[in-house]
Design a protein around this ligand. Sequence first.
Ligand code: PMP
Length: 434
Amino acid sequence: MIPLEAPADAPDYVARAERVLPGGASGSWRSYDMQVVRRTSGAHIWTADGTRYIDHILAWGTVVIGHSDHRVNRAVFAAAEQCDLTTLGPQQGEVEVAERICSVMPSAQNVAFCVSGTEATLHAVQLARAATGRTKLLKFHGSYHGWHDMLAVGVRAAPGREDRTDLRATESVGIHPAAAADVVVVEWNDAAGLAEAFAAHGPELAAAFCEPYVQSYGCTPAEPGFLEQLRELCTASGTLLVFDEVKTAFRHHLGGYQAICGVIPDITTFSKALGNGYSVGGLAGRRDLMAGFQAGHARGAVMDGTSNANPYVMAAATATFDLLADGGISHMAALGERMREGLRREIAAAGIPACVTGTGGSWALYMRPTPPRNYAEALTQDNARMVAYNQRLRALGIMEPLVPLADRRLCVSSTEDDVDETLAAAGRAMRAIV
Ligand code: PMP
C-alpha cells in the first residue's frame, strides 16, 4: 500500500485551486464540497489531512468495484501497452464489450460507445429525432439526464437555486429557450398526468426519457404499472422509449434495471458503472434504430468522438464486467439490504421522522416519515435536518453527499464492517439531530 503523505502544500491547495479553476474545481457541484482527496483504496478515501472516510459517494456510482482497483488498473495498463487508440474501425475490446452487453441487456441488439452519460443521452435524442422525424421530448420532473440543452429542464437545480418546484426550471442559465420549450415534463408516478401529456403531445414526441429506477434525487421506484403504462403510451403514439440507465445499468443487474423490471425500452443509455472510474458511456438498442448511426444512413444521426470506445476504457469495462458477474452484484445487494435494515432500526431507535428507500447496493434516506413518490414529494422533506445529519456523518468519517437529496451506494470492495461502522455513525448522527 502506498503510504499517505500529506503534500507539503496541502493547506494551500484549495487557495491554489481557486486561483486557477472556477470556484476551485472543474464542475459546479464539485466546488460545493471542496475536499482534497489524496489517496483512494477500495471503499475508502483519505483527505489531505490524513482522515480516512468510508466512501458512499463513490464518484456518484462510477466506482463500482472499488477505488484504485489493481485488477481493473492492470487491465488498463496491459491494453495500453498492447494496442492504443487508433480510431480505425472497431477496437478489439469494443467488440468484446458490445457482445457481452448484447448477451445480457434485453434492449441491446446493437451497442455504440461514447465517453460520458451526457453524451449518451444527447446521442439518444438525436437518434430518436432522426428516426421519428419529430422534435419534442418527454421527461420526468427531477430526473437528470446530463447537462446538454436537450433535456436539462424540470431537473434538480444547482445548490442554492430556489426554483426547484418549477417543472419548467432549467438546470443552467444559458440553456436555449427553444430546446427547453420542446420538452414536456411530467411528475414521476403521476399516471393521470402521463396520460394527459400523451393525449396532448403523443404524436409530436420523438422520445420519452426516464430512469427506470429514479436515482436523481435519492431512490424512487416506479409504482406498479407505471413503467408498463409508459411503454404502452410510447408504443401507441410511435414515441421511442429511452431508459436512461446511466446510474442503474451494470450496478443492479448486468442487463440493466430493465432486466429486473421486465419493461423493455427501444433505446438504453448507460455509463457510470461500466468503467469503474474510467470514462465510458454508450447506447444500446434495436438494430434497426441503432443503424441510424451508420455513415450515410438516410435517416441517420451522426455519432462521432475521437475517444469513443478507446482501448483503455474497454479493458476497464471488461475487467469490471467480470468482477460484477463474479458475485460482485449480489455482494453489493446483500450489503445494501444490511444497510437499509440497519438504518430503519436506527431511525426507530432515534425516533426521528425519516425513512429509507433503495435497491441493490444503493439507498437513500429522506427526512420525512414516508418515502416520496416523486420529486415534488421529495422536496417536502426537512432539508435543514438532512444537511445537519449529513454533516454529522461527515464528522464521524462517513463520506455521504452533503446535498439534501441524493442516493448513496456501496461498491464490490465494501465490507460488512464498512456497513456496520456506517450504521453506528448514522445512529449517533440521528440522535444528535432529534
Ligand atoms: N443520466 C443520469 C441518470 C445521470 O445520473 C447522469 C449523471 N449523474 C447523467 C445522465 C450524466 O452523466 P455524465 O455525468 O457521465 O455526463
